[in-house]
Design a protein around this ligand. Sequence first.
Ligand code: ZN
Length: 158
Amino acid sequence: MVVPVKFIVDENVGQLAKWLRMIGYDAILLQGTDDGELVKIAHKEGRVLLTRDTQILQRRVITNHEVKAVLIRSDRTKEQLEQVMKELGLECYTRQFTRCMECNTLLEPKSKEEVKGIVPPYIFRTQEQYMLCPGCHRIYWRGTHWQRMKKRIDNLER
Ligand SMILES: [Zn+2]
């Protein structure tokens, strides 16, 4: 089995974390972490570092390829995601919406009965499939927000 690429996202490209999670990739974003710490975590956990900071790329573990890093060129999130997908050959269909966009935890499918009384009545009447995040207890369903995001994923240039 191929182990999917894992990421550590620098705060200067923070939005990318959400999008990577949406297509099912493990992406962590740490607030207020200095460069040294970022690189250390990337190294320890085998994560690819995404950043717009050319300075951090001068660090030895990156120049000697112990840590893989991608210098993000665009300041637009859509183009940033397209760049990462192209350069690392990511695919965005098989794992869509398997991971919490907010906290990176893997989602668990829940039956309609299990979310009764938890989701709003209108949602309960109209939706059949639900996913629960065991990390932050958000419940996801295929509502309009989901559709909108899916459309944006489908429109990505690959
Ligand atoms: Zn969560």
